[in-house]
Design a binder for this molecule. Structure first.
Ligand code: ZN
Length: 135
């Protein structure tokens, strides 16, 4: 079951500059910065009320964010829905014909298990499912 929009991911060229902009915009400090080596991204999180903004900067040229920014300007990248059981949701969505980028959840930033759905099957939106790690 989807519980809420957990965060919006925004691809940026310069994360330090972007943190400053979003801290002022949201009147909220960046509470976490984290590098996810497996994804080639540096992330920063800022609360937006009960949801969050996730800023993403590429750490290498093979990163999905680097590829995105080679084709698009910086800006909206993905929406993340928090679910109560990510394994069950992936199974359900696969059964419904959605194209999964990750067949099984992987370890993401901010203490989450995550998996992405391909925009081809979501009317153009890159969708992340996430669930807080229990341990
Ligand atoms: Zn995300």
């Amino acid at each position: 079951m989807v519980k809420r929009i957990e965060h919006l991911g925004i691809a940026v060229d310069n994360i330090e500059e972007s943190i400053k902009v979003y801290e002022i915009l949201l009147s909220s400090p960046c509470y976490k910065e984290e590098i996810v080596e497996s994804e080639g991204v540096r992330t920063a999180f800022i609360m937006a009320g009960e949801s969050k903004i996730e800023l993403l900067q590429a750490t290498n040229e093979d990163s999905a964010i680097a590829k995105f920014l080679s084709k698009n300007r910086e800006g909206f990248h993905h929406v993340a829905f928090e679910v109560d059981d990510i394994d069950l949701e992936l199974k359900r969505l696969k059964g419904e014909g959605f194209q999964l980028i990750h067949e099984t959840p992987k370890s993401g930033a901010d203490n989450k298990r995550i998996a992405f759905l391909h925009p081809k099957s979501t009317k153009g939106m890159l969708v992340e499912l996430c669930q807080e790690k229990s341990e």
